[in-house]
Every structure is written in C-alpha cells, then in structure tokens.
Design a protein around this ligand. Sequence first.
Ligand code: UT7
Length: 326
Amino acid sequence: MTAKIGTAPGAPGSRIVGLGHYRPDKVVTNDDLAKIMETDDEWIRARVGIAERRFAAADESVASMGAQAGAKALAEAGLQPEEIDTVITATCSLDSPAPHASTQIASLLGIHAPGSFDINAACAGFCYAVAAADQAVRTGASRNVLVVGSEKLTDWTKSDDRATAIIFADGAGAVVVSPSDEPGIGPVQWGSDEDHTRTIRIEGRNGHFIQEGQTVFRWATSAIAPVAIRATRAAGLELSDIDVLVTHQANLRIIDAIAKKIVKEGGRDDLKVGRDIVTTGNTSSASIPIALDRMRAAGEVSSGEVVLSVAFGAGLTYASQVFVCP
Ligand code: UT7
C-alpha cells in the first residue's frame, strides 16, 4: 500500500498585522544630481515626478535597512522576535548573493531559526513576497512571517547615468503576516513578460542597471492596470470597494495612468493613490510598503481600509493583490 502523506493544518486566511519602513537620512535633490549629470529639476519633476530621494550611507545595507523596517513592523504587530518563524525578503540589490538578506535580517533582529529565503522579482518583489507569506500561513507551513522589501539600488546604479540615477533610491519596508479567521489578503495575480527579459538588466558582476525606459513606460501604462483589476475581482471585490491604490513607485506619470484606468473601470473618484515617489524616489521592492506606511503616518489612510497593491519591474514581472491595511 502506498503511504499517504499528510498536510499541516493551515489557517483559513492571513492578514497583515504590522507595517513599518525605513528611509536613510541623506536627502538628494534634483539640483544635487544636476551637478553630476546633464539634467535639471524641471525635467525630472515633469517626466518622473521626483522632487527628492534618499540615498543610503556607506555603512547601510539591504540587511541593515531591512532590519530597521522589520523591527517597526514587529513592534506594531506586538510580536517578539521569537514568535516569527519565517523571514522572506524581496530584493534585487543585495551586495552579494550569499548570505541571503533574510538570514542577515533574522540575525540582526534576534529571530531564532526561522525559515528564511529571498525573492528576486525586481520591483514586483514585495507583492510576490506577501503572496508567499499568505500561502505559507494558509497551508500551515508558517505562523508569523516577516516580509521585507529592501533595496540599496545606489550600489547598482551608475551615479551619472541620467536614465537611471535620477530615478533609483534606497530604503526598506516590512510587514508581518499572521493567521486570521477572515482572509485579509486576496489571491495574488502574478506573471511576467518573457519577450522583455532584458529590458531592465545588470550586465556582469561589475555592471549597473540599464533600462529601456520608453519600452518599460509603455508596457507599465498599458499592461499593469488590467492585472490590478484581475486581483480585485479574484478577491471577490469590485473596484468601487477599493479605498487605496498603492502601485510600485516607478514614475508619477505611470502611477497616474494606472489610477486613471482603475477609476475609469469603476474605481471611486475619491480613490486614494500612493504618490510617495515625489519625496522617496523609486525604491523597487521597498516602494509599496514605504508608500503605504507614509500615507498612514500622514493620516491619509486608516487601519481597516482596503488596499489594492500592484507592482512591476525587471523581468519584466508583475504581481498584484488586495489586502486590508493594518
Ligand atoms: O522601477 C523599474 C521600472 N522602471 C520604470 O518604470 C521606468 C519607466 N520609464 C520611465 O520612467 C521613463 O522612460 C524615463 C524617466 C526613464 C525617461 O523618461 P522619458 O520621458 O521616457 O525620456 P526619454 O528617454 O524618451 O528622453 C526624452 C528626452 C530626450 O531628449 P530629446 O532626444 O527629446 O531631445 C532625452 O535626451 O529627454 C532627454 N532626457 C533627459 N533630459 C534631462 C532623458 N533623460 C533625461 C534626464 N534629464 N535625466
């Protein structure tokens, strides 16, 4: 007789119970960048929407910034480090592929013996990591998961390349995902476009980010809103149920184009939209949790509101899900 393999008892649902972020202290304005490359404040504000961004100090890393954000998410969740059994970090800018970021973050926070792994889905990584955490909790593989999005993009950006250096920045965001009787995280809609594997890339060990900006711009403004709409429907919701839209903070014109389509397809006129890129820049997999936490801190978003998150980036990859704001 073939032995039967059992499954772990999972939770009916999962939800986000804590959120935190970390932005480095160093503010870099467009005028600062204009001193080292051919660009200007007016062009950057008009074409990208960024007024200033944050750059990490030499002694700050993906792991140290991730731990700072993670500590805040843990505090809000009211959980001790020993209550976390899994750490998942989304990053595409680790200084070295080993050791991976999650094990370093666990060590910095005093989290004992967690399951730990990183996800590299570039700027889409945070939504992938939240989905992995939700699935781990619902299948019983994990109980309390620390999900981190952390990036030190300046390590992988040519400092005078005006196609990338005006956009990319550093920072981290984190959430804690825990079991819940009522689902607080909707099904993920994820995918990728295999015709554009090299549209955003780093060539070789000593390379830096290269992107075909116009191609990414056209793709993001046409392909991404439908993914977010599918994620809303997959959660059994209508677009009118969405209180807050937080997209990956890539370009203010992309954010506004996605928001416009969501409203046109049935989203509310008073839909709140994350536009944190203006003062934080593009922090890749950290951008969604940073943006949401800052909207909350500013009193624009409240606990219990329904958030539609959608992220996209190199790969080209994308992912989207609905969740309840902690
Ligand atoms: O998070 C990862 C996903 N990445 C993205 O979502 C990026 C999406 N793409 C973009 O955000 C935009 O394509 C960029 C911001 C990267 C570039 O903006 P663009 O409007 O697509 O500019 P462009 O490259 O088509 O260049 C337009 C003009 C050119 O001048 P001419 O040929 O029209 O005279 C460029 O030389 O703007 C010039 N230009 C600049 N001028 C001042 C390009 N970059 C700059 C700059 N400062 N930094």
